[in-house]
Design a protein around this ligand. Sequence first.
Ligand SMILES: [Zn+2]
Length: 397
Amino acid sequence: MATNNYPKRKKRYKIKYKNLAILLAGLLLIILLISKGCSAIFNRDGKNDGNGDTPLTTGDTLPDEPALPDSTEPPPTSQLAYLFDFITLTEDDLGTGNLVLVNNNIEFRGSVSEDELDVVYEKKNSAYKVKDLSVMVRPVAMEALNNMLLDFNTVTGNDGVEIMAGYRTYEYQQELYDEELESTGETSSTLVARPGYSEHHTGLAVDFTTNINGTHKSYDGTGDYAWINENCYKYGFINRYPAGKEQLTLIDNEPWHFRYVGVPHATVMHNYDYCLEEYINFIKNYTISNSSLSPEKPDFLQVETDDGSIYMIYYVPMTGETTNIYIPLKDKDPNSTSNEMYPYEISGNNIDGWIVTFLYQQGTGSISPQPAGSPENVLPENSETDGGDADNTENQE
Ligand SMILES: [Zn+2]
């Protein structure tokens, strides 16, 4: 599922160095930089391997702390050395991608136009409902929603989830914010995010309510719906404002607000019980910047997802007006002329760098409990609804 997105992502960023001569020049530059920054290139055991023409050699793949789940084994030692190609990004790209962090202190730097969005009403399957035609999300979140809620419906027989909010414009958030201040008489709000600071601007966040035979109730993630909150990571969603993380997210527990971040990242956050703020910090421990090419510091975070796929994740800090993002090549033979990269995805963190994810090994399994079917165009059962009594201000963060 997630891998289908990689070719698209690749097109988003210009690949500046395609031909071998320039690739080799780039690699030579890396070698020069490394030999300046470090006295030697290390092999996995931390010894100078004495092989001066080895391009980049990563350190240990597995971190010491915190431990990875038992199910993830490091790749064989012989496969730890990678060759890299790179693409160049600028500060403008920081707000693009599935891992942008937006909260009360961090304004969304990206922009989303409506032609990049799916109308949920038009793309949804029959396993759930949607408030009306105004609800839109990014296609990657649309596909994940369909898969997750179809599996939920298959397991529980419940089709009562209704999507009541998705993408919001800056102007609409301003309206919500102004209304909230007017009704409370306050000069700021702890319930409604300021325009620009709502995660709903990204097109990756949705709010759920429930609608059983036209009766709306707040979605609290209990009963049947607990399945969604427990399994959403397998589909790339996180419960963005969990209980116990309020001081980090700056938002009260909201079991109805889900955010798409991608399957490998949602899996790590689930395994370690991290909220997005924690994860964006945590991932900075994994980088292939020159100073980290030592055995003491791991280079890639490795994660095995529910379908058995193995992903490698690392962070690239912004280094200036332009930043080169290095992507491993599949072929690790320095004499090879192939420059095919692993399937990858890049996301800005919306602050100061990028997170690179590459698919090291495609899993053979499928997401439990069963593969999801293709979306159907089905009219919402309650298409005239305006969200009913569950449409209140607590859903406007
Ligand atoms: Zn929300």
